[in-house]
Design a protein around this ligand. Sequence first.
Ligand code: DGY
Length: 330
Amino acid sequence: MKPSVLVTRRIPQPGLDLLIGQCDLDVWDSDVPIPREVLLQRIADKDGLLCLLTDRIDDELLDAAPRLRVVSQVAVGVDNINVPACTRRGIPVGHTPGALTETTADLTWALLLAAARRLVEGVDYVRAGRWVTWDPNQFLGLDVYGATLGIVGFGRIGQAVARRAHGFNTRILYHSRQRKPDAEQALGASYVALDTLLAEADFVTLHVSLTPETYHLIGRDALRKMKGTAVLVNVARGGVVDPDALVEALRNGWIAYAALDVTEPEPLPADHPLLSLPNCIVVPHIGSASVATRTKMAIMAAENLLAGLAGQRLPHCVNPEVYSAATRSS
Ligand code: DGY
């Protein structure tokens, strides 16, 4: 008998193709998240779950899934998954590290440049038919070339952002939980305390995972420490930035601009102040959204899932401790 698998959204076909024929597939064939009650109901008889960052995988769900043997997420971040709860049940959790590094670093720079040069304001202005002449005082922005870049979180994506900075001749500061001497040397980056980075950087980009420690890391205090001319770019998780504090900072000129790929909540309600501030750009969590990268992510997730169903080690496992019997309990 084939294992029974729930796929919680329409995913790029090459990922699905790997599963067709090998599994009994139940696909939530939609562009919007599977409703919670449907998820809880459909997971009841499944051996595997292929999920997205919009699905909450918690004790309630795991209790509703007595047969579940593997959880595989189409994303690198797994803050929507209670990983210790999976580990306790002996369930490996897969994710897609590496696949989206360069694509997300590209978007970081796209947002940084768009904010620095006020691209969205300019596009809106032209589209509204308001462009009447060249104006020496119009849409004056910030130079990126020669500026100071502050990277918070110096993992794969933070380092890929640093690599791109060389063409802009930027001074590179970084802060992360652990100092990374090899990357520092290779990329010409200097490790500094977070407060120093916030005080000195012209552009602050965020690349940390969302954890209890990083929740609202950029709140009132942090924003107060930044330059009045600074730009904040968040491509990590919305919860890393306190949205109310950010609104206050943008309204009162504590910082100049924000460019957000991720927000809290996600999506923002249409009447949220961040969506009407002229000095804030919000895009809909598209850091990894290139055809090639999303395809790669779907394939990696399918491979993780198939390995888990076959009782093999997942190629990309978030909780490898699951393989040591001592960490499991039932
Ligand atoms: C991730 O993978 O965690 C991104 O946020 C979505 O690609």
